[in-house]
Write a protein that binds this ligand. Structure first.
Ligand SMILES: Nc1ncnc2c1ncn2[C@@H]1O[C@H](COP(=O)(O)OP(=O)(O)OP(=O)(O)O)[C@@H](O)[C@H]1O
Ligand SMILES: [Mg+2]
Length: 497
């Protein structure tokens, strides 16, 4: 008889006020990749946290190789051969990469002394597997970019010789090149007989790698099918319950005067002589591979590196030199790092949305401010369709995609002149993506200018009026949208001309 490696049957889970899961089933065979799909808040991560013993289900059973198991905590899950790459990063920022990968199971020499040489050697091998051979195992995690941290998480999961591996949006922080590498790794693991559960909002990846697909909606099991029997449109219909056409809206045609001037921007070895302008109502896309300097450029524009040389001016005003200057001049930055710069997880949704605007709110009277605040937060929750019980709940309890929406709301509420969006739709489901694109277009029609930094080529090409491509801290091409293609961007991003 053919028993599945893993079966979860009739799983239910409620949190105070929320039914996160209701009668959900999944099944994965040995050497099989199951894509677990669903909109933001559908219950995917919750289901996986039950599998790895972080949460206990209210109902349902779990079977491994036909045996019913109970998984009381993450350690038991590990002992059963289950490992997970969490959607939210779990690395300890001030420890080294090697210490993070082998935390709690470091190789020991005689008398229990830490065997550093072996630790570094083993870590080195794992880093090589995930394409991070340029990173020394001794590097502290907080020196790594988000994408690099994601790859370290993957290396860590690989270091457990497990039979079931859960990957909760492992590609969200990765560019095309690293995604391809991860997909190759997944295929390798599959060939070794591992069962893989893969969560992603990028449906092309599902088409590339999945054997089976299971779709959840609002905590309920919608269906399962062989991947070869499902088109992307089928997946979308099952996920959102309707068709989605024209993901990208028509571009704003009324561009105004120059709002942002950047001249000869240089940051020791990281950025070299970057100059460009941005018009009112324009979306300027910035493309480039990991480490091309596009992330640093965003931070420099937001005043995070006051030592940068060159000129940044908004509306022909004073040269910007600090975050304070940038915010006062109407520059807003939505980072790709929601745990770091984006959100305070232990605060409520409302507090986070209002965080950046407190200076302005302080001008209103206290009571007036309170009602006004509630109204504002409600508006944003509705506008971005943030799935949350009440604005008073902690941001930490929101699903990943909904946390990203809170970051967006927080900065949009500042009513900025120049909005810098770094990977704005990372982890956002297809339905909500379209809404965010519409919203971006609406903003440009109101005269707001946007700098869009994205590793998703279709998004760059679909939204921008113009695209700058970066490589090694330099702008290697400026492409009007009529001339831009995926191939051209790729060539210039790799430093070719
Ligand atoms: N610890 C918690 N306390 C309260 N509610 C929670 C908690 N964890 C999850 N939820 C709620 O359960 C629901 C499902 O969340 P989950 O994180 O599983 O979604 P998801 O499918 O992973 O979404 P995404 O694609 O955005 O990551 C959401 O409504 C979420 O707010
Ligand atoms: Mg999730």
């Amino acid at each position: 008889m053919n028993t599945a490696r893993l079966k979860m049957v009739g799983i239910g889970k409620t949190f105070p006020g929320v039914t996160a899961l209701d009668g959900v089933n999944i099944e994965v065979g040995q050497g099989e990749i199951l894509a677990l799909l669903g909109e933001n808040g559908a219950g995917k991560s919750t289901l996986m946290k039950i599998l790895v013993g972080v949460y206990q289900p209210d109902q349902g059973e779990i079977f491994i190789d036909g045996q019913e198991v109970s998984i009381a905590n993450p350690r038991q899950a590990q002992e059963l051969g289950i490992s997970i790459i969490y959607q939210e990063f779990n690395l300890i920022p001030y420890l080294s990469v090697a210490e993070n990968v082998f935390l709690g199971r470091e190789p020991r020499a005689a008398k229990g002394v830490m065997d550093w040489r072996r630790l570094y050697a083993k870590t080195g091998e794992l880093l090589e597997q995930v394409g991070l051979s340029q990173i020394a195992p001794k590097t502290t995690v907080n020196e790594l970019s988000i994408a690099e941290q994601q790859l370290v998480e993957i290396a860590k999961a690989l270091s457990y010789a497990s039979k079931i591996i859960v990957m909760d949006e492992p590609t969200a922080a990765l560019n095309e090149e690293d995604t391809q590498r991860l997909i190759n790794i997944m295929v390798g693991l599959k060939q070794k007989g591992m069962a893989i559960i893969f969560i992603t909002h990028r449906l092309e990846e599902v088409e590339r790698v999945a054997d089976q697909i299971t779709v959840l909606r609002d905590g309920r099991f919608i269906g399962s099918a062989a991947a070869r029997d499902m088109s992307k449109d089928d997946m979308i219909r099952m996920m959102v319950g309707r068709d989605i056409k024209d993901l990208y809206p028509k571009r704003n045609t009324r561009l105004g005067k120059t709002v942002l001037e950047v001249e000869h921007l240089t940051l020791n070895k990281k950025l070299h002589d970057i100059s460009f302008n941005l018009a009112q109502g324009e979306i300027l896309g910035i493309g480039g591979l990991m480490g091309s300097g596009n992330e640093i450029l965003a931070k420099v524009l937001f005043g995070l590196y006051p030592q940068a040389k060159g000129i940044i001016k908004v509306d022909g005003g004073q040269r910007l030199r600090s975050i304070r200057d940038a915010i006062d001049a109407g520059v807003a930055l939505v980072t790709d790092d929601r745990k770091g710069l984006g959100l305070i997880l232990s605060m409520s949704v409302a507090e986070n949305v209002l965080l950046a605007a407190y200076r302005r709110m302080a001008k209103l009277g206290v009571l007036a401010a309170r009602t006004k605040q509630e109204e504002i937060v409600k508006q944003w929750v509705a506008k971005l369709r943030i799935k949350v019980q009440s604005p008073a709940v902690e941001v930490a309890t929101l699903s990943g995609g909904n946390q990203q929406k809170v970051v967006l709301a927080k900065w949009l509420h500042m009513n900025p002149k120049v909005l810098i969006l770094h990977e704005p739709t990372r982890g956002i489901d297809v339905g909500a993506k379209g809404e965010i694109y519409q919203l971006m277009k609406g903003l440009t029609e109101e005269g707001i200018s946007i700098i869009l930094i994205s590793s998703e080529m279709p998004e760059l090409l679909g939204m921008s009026h113009r695209i700058l491509v970066m490589n090694d801290g330099r702008v290697t091409a400026e492409l009007p949208i009529e001339e831009a293609t995926q191939e051209k961007i790729f060539i210039h991003a790799s430093g070719g001309r």
